[in-house]
Design a protein around this ligand. Structure first.
Ligand SMILES: C[S@@+](CC[C@H](N)C(=O)[O-])C[C@H]1O[C@@H](n2cnc3c(N)ncnc32)[C@H](O)[C@@H]1O
Length: 238
């Protein structure tokens, strides 16, 4: 069974809506904008944006179970479309967007640098002039071996996350190994990720034509520190 299908039922208990993510995104939005959430998961951010603002939103995710959750949560929102779609197929979308974002470490699921470049080229193609792109990944500059365990006391669950690095076809890959433990269940999971470093992303964004590339260490706009930040947030303009 697919990694996210297994976890979709618990996803919002592990990664609930985070106001700082929303504040960052809303600061980039104008009335009537078209906004694209790429790898939207259960739709937390695109749903909230569409609920509270006069905008048009599209959320897409590869995993049907994650999109099914998002559809239930976003019911009745006429300005929202939710699609089961691979992020490498965004060039098939008919609309052009003012803001596209790919957050929550969705981007490293493309497990080759060439695929990440192909994706960023396609994002450039579907953005309007002066459109913006937000990317957020784990900070792989400092080669994390594990991520902080997430504990939800109310639901009595914990999510343990480890990284195992290896070389596959000359590319450095990481196996993201997880254990989700509840009162009466234990779910293990493993998914391959490409641990892309900040300099590689900047290089790709520049090659593709993005300008005004800003780096942050969190959605609170803290300075990015390659040694200490746990997260990398990039804002780039077309
Ligand atoms: C960790 S979740 C992040 C979800 C959401 N962005 C958030 O911040 O809560 C990563 C998501 O990326 C999706 N994903 C992985 N590969 C994808 C692809 N090639 N195209 C679209 N979505 C993908 C997964 O199905 C999963 O829902």
């Amino acid at each position: 069974m697919d990694f996210y299908q297994r976890f979709s039922q618990y996803y919002d208990d592990i990664f609930p809506f985070a106001p700082q993510q929303y504040s960052f995104l809303i600061s980039l939005v104008k009335e009537k904008d078209w906004i694209l959430d790429i790898g939207c998961g259960t739709g937390n951010y695109i749903i909230e944006l569409c609920k509270n603002n006069d905008i048009y939103g599209v959320g897409l995710d590869l995993d049907p179970a994650m999109i099914a959750k998002a559809v239930t949560k976003g019911e009745g929102l006429a300005n929202l479309q939710l699609l089961v779609k691979n992020m490498l197929e965004i060039d098939e979308l008919k609309e052009k967007f003012d803001l596209a974002y790919c957050i929550g470490n969705s981007l490293p699921h493309l497990v080759e640098k060439s695929l990440i470049k192909e994706f960023i080229q396609k994002v450039f193609g579907i953005l309007r002039d002066n459109g913006k792109l937000v990317l957020q990944t784990v900070n792989y500059d400092n080669n994390p071996k594990s991520l902080k365990t997430i504990v939800n006391k109310e639901k009595d669950i914990k999510f343990i996350r480890n990284y195992q690095y290896s070389i596959v076809d000359g590319e450095r890959i990481v196996d993201f190994c997880t254990i989700l433990e509840g009162r009466d269940f234990k779910l293990t999971g493993k998914v391959q990720l490409y641990p892309i470093k900040s300099y590689q992303l900047i290089e790709i964004l520049k090659e593709v034509g993005f300008k005004e590339i800003e780096l942050f260490g969190s959605f609170n706009r803290e300075e990015f520190n390659p040694n200490y930040s746990s997260s990398l947030v990039i804002l780039a303009k077309k």
